[in-house]
Ligand binder design. Structure first.
Ligand code: NAD
Length: 497
């Protein structure tokens, strides 16, 4: 008989969950050199969840040295591509076999609803790893037509040691967006998860070894920002791939420049505009999509549709539908499979979002939500919140990174595009219209790395690069373009005869 996976099931599973908090360096779980630890609290109820190694520069040095040794020894980079592919696919299969355990760990560590981690984060992570594994033996170079006395090729070569520094909003998925292409390209990796959500990264490191990924090729160093800083300054790191805030991204770029000019790839913040024209083909659908675009994952999504721009003629109708749709995103206990949203990552982020809600109450009109909820112990839960604001309001321009939507009314398409493009960000945007010319004009004019027409973030497909224009960063995650960023291009020219 199939067991019902209700709240009791996940609570029971939590009781027997073994949590690994040690760093993973050179193929083994180890304490931090100085023996220091920090406590990882669950945002679900604010209770201690695990004791985690607090790595420092000394641990970073060990991890980078192990990565370098493995790279130089060729145990990964020089494997026949089909063998690298097989190991990565085996790793993905092990994650699949441990999906419930990893999903539960992710929910406990990040406050995400279990329905998201089982249905989104873990399948997305596995899909990403499989997609890049499948690419390993399909990489081709170029043979230019040149002077017949010469033979020349243009090939991709692994960089060496890649550091990945990632945030807490999709702990495992954001990590996979970095380590999958970096490993597929033949690099060795040192991963620094967020101190707010380090546990799944640590767990999958053991699975990597089990899958046959050699010691030293995949290392995980938990700790605070100082660990990321040490990686950004390290002279033996060839590339640092970062997802997080613009403030830290700038520091990483400056540290890379002042050390060894390591390659820097930055995926940063966003304040994405979702534009609904009066000729929108389906207002209820647009409203439902707009609610999902900002309230899913408690609004903690870099590409969240945090600004809803609506043309005046349909504003009242859209807002009424939106307020109804928002009711579907009331937070619930993350271990209840019925919950669609859960807890904010921690009290610090909760306070930051609450401050923006206070600002919104002063500068804009509150249409829905705006309150904290008390669901479990010291957990951090916020109602889905909607404001109607002027395009220049602070809440219409600054990234809040929480369940707060700002609605702005406009009159013309030109005005909407100008508002959409006015922030320093350029991560994503959308436009809803029945007119192909309007869709074409808007999608061309919107300054964003991803632009949707008549939908918002509905397609999960690794073929599409993800990243930003302007201060949302540089480089792209996902797609074959992401593989190239973890390689150097080499021109080889041989004189023949
Ligand atoms: P953050 O910048 O505070 O931290 C990100 C990571 O950097 C963490 O692992 C942290 O420990 C580390 N870090 C902190 N200080 C550092 C330093 N001086 N040097 C090196 N590393 C350091 O960001 P966050 O709060 O974890 O995440 C939220 C931010 O991430 C938001 O701005 C969001 O928009 C952005 N984000 C962007 C994307 C994207 O793909 N563009 C995806 C998810 C999140």
């Amino acid at each position: 008989m199939t067991q019902v996976k209700d709240r009791a099931y996940w609570f029971e599973k939590r009781e027997t969950l073994q949590i690994e908090g040690r760093a993973f360096i050179d193929g083994a779980y180890v304490d931090a050199c100085k023996g220091a630890t920090f406590c990882s609290y669950s945002p679900i109820d604010g209770q201690p969840l695990a004791t985690v190694a607090a790595c420092t520069d000394a641990d970073v040095n060990l991890a980078v040295a192990a990565a370098r040794r493995s790279f130089n020894a060729g145990v990964w980079a020089d494997l026949p591509p089909r063998e690298r592919k097989a190991a990565l696919l085996k790793w993905a299969a092990l994650m699949q076999a441990h999906l419930e355990e990893l999903a539960l760990l992710e929910s406990l560590d990040s406050g995400k609803p279990i329905s998201d981690t089982t249905g989104g984060d873990l399948p997305g992570t596995i899909y990403c790893l499989e997609w890049f594994a499948e690419l390993v033996d399909k990489v081709h170079g170029e043979v230019p037509a040149i002077d017949p006395q010469f033979f020349g090729t243009v090939t991709h070569q692994a960089l060496g040691v890649v550091a990945a520094v990632v945030p807490w909003n999709y702990p495992l998925l954001m990590a996979a967006w970095k380590f999958s292409p970096a490993l597929a390209a033949g690099n060795s990796v040192v991963l620094k998860p967020s101190e707010k959500s380090p546990l799944t990264a640590l767990r999958i490191a053991g699975l990597a070894l089990q899958a046959g990924i050699p010691a030293g090729v995949f290392n995980v160093v938990p700790g605070d920002g100082s660990v990321g800083r040490a990686l950004s300054l390290h002279l033996d790191v060839d590339c640092i791939a970062f997802t997080g805030s613009g403030k830290v991204g700038r520091q990483i770029a400056a540290n890379a420049a002042s050390s060894n000019l390591k390659r820097v790839w930055l995926e940063l913040g966003g304040k994405s505009a979702n534009i609904v024209m009066a000729d929108c083909p389906d207002i209820p659908r647009a409203a439902a999509s707009a609610a999902a675009a900002i309230f899913a994952n408690m609004g903690q999504i870099c590409s969240a549709g945090s600004r809803l721009l609506v043309q005046r003629a349909v504003a009242d109708e859209l807002i009424a539908e939106l307020i109804e749709a928002a009711k579907g995103y009331q937070p619930g206990h993350p271990l209840d499979p019925q919950s669609v949203t859960g807890s904010i990552i921690d009290r610090i982020q909760f306070e930051q979002v609450a401050r923006y809600i206070d600002i919104g109450k002063r500068e804009a009109r509150l249409l829905a939500g705006g309150n904290a909820l008390s669901l479990a112990g010291e957990g951090a839960y916020l109602e889905p919140t909607i404001f109607l604001a002027d395009a220049n309001a602070r809440i219409a321009n600054e990234e809040i990174f929480g369940p707060v939507l700002t609605v702005i009314v406009f009159d013309t398409l030109e005005e909407a595009i100008a508002i959409a493009n006015q922030t320093e960000y350029g991560l994503a945007a959308a436009v809803w219209s029945s007119n192909i010319d309007t869709l074409r004009t808007a999608t061309r004019a919107l300054k964003a790395g991803t632009v949707w027409g008549n939908c918002y973030d509905e397609l999960v497909d690794m073929n599409f690069p993800f990243g930003g224009f302007k201060e949302s960063g540089n480089g792209r995650d996902n797609s074959a373009h992401a593989l190239s960023k973890y390689t150097e291009l080499k021109s080889t020219i041989i004189r023949c005869g």
